[in-house]
Design a protein around this ligand. Sequence first.
Ligand SMILES: Nc1ncnc2c1ncn2[C@@H]1O[C@H](COP(=O)(O)OP(=O)(O)OP(=O)(O)O)[C@@H](O)[C@H]1O
Ligand SMILES: [Mg+2]
Length: 582
Amino acid sequence: MPPTQPSATEITAPARIAILPPAVADQIAAGEVVERPASVVKELIENALDAGATSIDVLAEDGGRIRIRVSDDGTGMTRDDAVLALERHATSKIRSAADLVGVPTFGFRGEALPAICSVSQFELETALEDGAGTRVSGAGGTVRDVDAAARRRGTTVTVSRLFFNAPARQKFLRSARSEWRSILDVVSTMSLMRRDVRITLAHDGREVLSLAAAHSLRERIAALWSADYAARFVPVDDVAGAIHVSGLVERPADVGMSSRRVHLAVNGRAIRDAGIVRAAETAFRSTIPSGVRPTMFLEVVVPAESVDINVHPTKAEVRFRDRWVLERAVEQAVRRALGTTDSAASIGAPVLWTPRGVDTTSYSFGAPPRGSAPLLEVSHEDSSYDQAPAAESDVPALTQYKRTYLTFETDLGLVLIDQHSAHERVLFERFMATFEGGSSPSQRLLFPLTLTLTSPEAEALEDHREALQLLGFELGEFGGQTVIVHAVPNPHPRFDAERCLRESLAALAGDRPAASASRHQHLAATVACKAAIKAGDALSPQEMRALFVALRACTLPAHDVHGRQTIVQLSWDELERRFGRR
Ligand SMILES: Nc1ncnc2c1ncn2[C@@H]1O[C@H](COP(=O)(O)OP(=O)(O)OP(=O)(O)O)[C@@H](O)[C@H]1O
Ligand SMILES: [Mg+2]
């Protein structure tokens, strides 16, 4: 289109566009960074950490609405820098856009201090060395005074009357209690990420947190909440290509017992990411009832160039170049953690087996190579157990108690296995493998079974027909509500196929249709539960051995499919303590 000539009326009309005065522009920009007192606390702690602080003291009054103060023992600033730091786009952390890739500091925009100062009464005290320092103070973004001040090396920023000059923003502040809770949350999160730093937090004159520098995430969690709480977690530590996933996740048996916490850090930054959390939760599937969600503290390290941290005003979210690979790495890491017996319930010290991959003299669940495990093909007449394969030669001497639990001892303590839960887990994993392309042995019946079903059961059968065939149920044509069964799976000699099929169909009847993956899972769990040996079934030594070997080969041996544990451990240490021997 050719440029049109402005008409005379347009030229004489008053200008409608004007550059905003800096103070207004700053306040608008501040809206993105400073949402509430907790955002101020977050930015000030990040600055302290960027300045190399080893000790940070945080103080808040009235949920941070009256005052917030963050003091550090970091590098401090010169007088000139202290004044410049309050200008927008003033930063010591990057010099060019290229520096943004893998920037090692929390800050890089040069926005936080000016944003905070534009909506508060502020004071910044800083010194490069103990003794001579600088105090800069002002309000609403305007510096009033710059004086000399004696102080220790480091920086203290005091922010008073947040939003005093922005009544609209002030109206959006929640109660002091609620703002305080957000501050506590932010400080806890930062303290989990930077365990090496001593942090204290006081509210309205009361010290709430006093955290010494810690050596591990577990130690920090213990200091933040309690040692009992910290003991409920299983370590995650896994490398997939260039991705390292570590942290702690809740033992399945404890999930749902207290309020849920999720902490996620990527390359040392606390972020929110529903996709990663979902991936971790996927790994919990079949170990906890659906609907309950596990607590997790996860730390992911990815190559700097595969993540963009500059996509969110408060850096609370990041963008990944290959999200799918990352999510699979997280899922695998968590699943591996749950596959160790460390994730099983224990009385006393939790670890009787070292996690997989580590050389150990005790019995290591999960040690045999995947896929090589036999089904629990137990049979009283079967003599093949006499020639147990070499891989099974390290099976401990097993004893059955109350026809319900298998027990054995290791160098470190006693182990109890619930035979029904264990077999259920073995069958479940086998069935799932069948759905993914394996096959399930079945046995043709000399006399086919004829079952008469209720109509919801017949519907469930129709819904799951193909999957049931895969599991070894050969189902004939049926008229109305009658079905003929020609072959059935053969998981153990006492297996009552008719009962298993009836009970499974009864359990499946009336279920709402679900996505095929979870349908398979649901079916596998249901049939596994009905097909597994029961509490009260006496097992021969061969059967116990077979069950042990099959369980050991499972991905998640320590958890049954309903969220209960299959294994309970009692350490000798704990036993001796209880008997007063130590
Ligand atoms: N506690 C501190 N100790 C030493 N220097 C500090 C401290 N706080 C701020 N500074 C200096 O002031 C500068 C400005 O801080 P500000 O938080 O505004 O921006 P930033 O941290 O560089 O980036 P961002 O806006 O992303 O946080 C920093 O780059 C740093 O040099
Ligand atoms: Mg900053």
